[in-house]
Design a protein around this ligand. Structure first.
Ligand code: CO
Length: 497
């Protein structure tokens, strides 16, 4: 395993973690393994936990001595952990994107990354190269008999759910045009309209933006089939990473952000580095009626939204003529400038994410917002059976510090009724990834099940998988994966092996 070398070694800082420990998770994954049994170090894997945990994230961050400018530019690698009869098996594969294959052959970066990775040779060699490198690194979900590796600016890559072998770019059975954008954040409707659905979207943007909202059959013989499709046009530029659904609505938050493409065109910056908050801009909610809901066919609603920058939503639900949407707000768009090294970022200088609840009154066309917790958090989810409904509990990754910004080191459960917060912490030397909540199959209790997450264990310079009981966050089991993986992005659970 090639470890990242820091040219400075920082002592434990005031937040109680060491920058070197955190940055030690950035390296290239050199191995691809198949069906390796994973050692359980503590506790037991529950026998009732049967299915596969998939996770996507950057697995290659350096070529020919050149590091990516931002880990989001790292090539996607899927890990799968299959649980059966109290045992767990590990498989990992890089996604053979067209660009990955070419760069493997060349032995160097030959594409620009959206988050600022440039080809060697300075701006002259990067100017006017407008190709986007689809790195398929953001999320992984199963649809029909395919696994989809998602990256929002282009179409998904299809993989085999068991071997993780790459089949190639997918048009989802003719749904997408060649290279059409398809979000990395589908939402799974648990059955508000009979069958389970996967709801997703694609955005094309410029001075005007178009959202294509698509719904797919999730289960049964028709799994993967498109069942509804609508397009809506809106004024202004949009950077939409995520959205939320309720039984009747799809909700988008258009951040007050502008895009100046000139430094990108001139080869000075990556496309995402050209995004900038508009100081006096007005964020908007774009609220689109779902085709299966009560307001099918009606026009989309456009309402003012709170200030701040949102990547991710937790959930949304309807009460009378209100929609409640919980989201993680940043003061500003967090970006890494052209001359900064992502391994040396100062957490104190970057805004932290805070969970806030926004109540939208559709009749009055107004909203109210309140902070749910002042502690820095990301990657929040509810019990998937409560997607689109009023959930009592939420689980998320959170910083160890109570105030300010810090790396994600803890798993937190919030009870929206009592306000109680439970915390399980991997600090000081562990760094958590996105938690995935898996409800117990035979339980009616909302918080009964498990939380799975990967931990960067900086002591052993490798990755652990932990299973917590989702009701009290007690430790169920710790498993040591056979390889280490850089800090990752999103993942999902499938009830099949
Ligand atoms: Co995301």
């Amino acid at each position: 395993m090639a470890k990242s070398k820091l040219d400075e070694s920082k002592q434990n800082n005031k937040l109680g973690f060491s920058q070197e420990d955190w940055a030690s998770a950035y390296f290239n994954v050199e191995e691809e393994l198949s069906n390796i049994e994973i050692k359980t170090i503590r506790g037991e894997v529950p026998k009732e936990l049967i299915g596969t945990f998939y996770r996507n994230g950057p697995g290659r961050l350096e070529r020919a001595g050149q590091w990516v400018h931002h880990p989001f530019d790292g090539d996607g690698m899927i890990a799968s952990i299959q649980f059966n009869q109290g045992k767990a098996k590990f498989t990992n594969r890089f996604i053979r994107t067209n660009e990955w294959e070419k760069e493997e052959k060349a032995g160097k970066f030959i594409f620009r990354g959206v988050f600022g990775t440039q080809k060697k040779g300075g701006p002259l060699f990067n100017a006017f190269d407008m190709r986007l490198k689809n790195i398929a690194n953001t999320n992984v979900v199963q649809l029909g008999n395919r696994l989809l590796a998602l990256w929002e600016a282009s179409s998904p890559y299809a993989l085999d759910p068991k071997s993780l072998q790459t089949y190639g770019l997918s048009d989802l059975n003719g749904v997408l045009k060649k290279g059409e954008a398809f979000s990395a954040h589908p939402r799974f409707d648990p059955g508000h309209h009979e069958n389970e659905r996967m709801v997703s979207f694609g955005v094309t943007t410029g001075p005007k933006s178009t959202i294509r909202l698509m719904e797919f059959e999730k289960k049964g013989n028709n799994a993967g089939q498109l069942i509804s499709d609508r397009k809506d046009n809106f004024e202004g530029f949009a950077f939409l990473h995520d959205f939320a659904i309720t039984p009747n609505w799809a909700l988008f938050l258009q951040n007050a952000i502008s895009f100046n493409p000139i430094p990108f065109i001139l080869g000075q910056k990556g496309a995402a580095q050209c995004l900038k908050s508009k100081p006096n801009g007005q964020a908007k909610f774009w609220i689109i009626p779902r085709d299966c809901g009560k307001f099918a066919g009606q026009k989309a609603l456009i309402l003012n939204a709170p200030n701040g920058f949102v990547f991710h939503h937790l959930n949304a639900f309807e009460i009378d003529n209100k929609i409640i949407i919980d989201s993680i707000y940043y003061k500003d768009f967090p970006s890494i400038g052209p001359n900064e090294d992502f391994r040396h970022i100062n957490f104190d200088e970057i805004p932290e994410g805070k969970l806030k609840r926004c109540s939208i009154n559709l009749a009055k066309e107004s909203y109210e917002i309140k902070e749910v917790s002042s502690q820095c958090c990301e990657f929040a989810m509810v019990n998937p059976k409560f997607q689109g409904l009023c959930a009592r509990y939420a689980w998320m990754a959170s910083a160890e510090c109570k105030q300010g910004n810090g790396p994600l080191q803890a798993i937190k459960k919030i009870d929206f009724v009592t306000g109680e917060e439970l915390v399980w912490s991997a600090a000081p030397r562990g760094f958590v990834g996105e938690p995935v909540m898996i409800p117990h199959q035979n339980s009616s209790k909302e918080d009964e099940g498990w939380i799975l997450t990967l931990i960067w264990n900086s002591k052993r310079l490798s990755t652990d998988l932990i299973i917590l009981n989702s009701d009290d966050l007690s430790m169920q089991a710790t498993l040591e994966l056979p390889i280490g993986m850089p800090h990752g992005l999103h993942g999902s659970w499938v009830n099949s092996i």
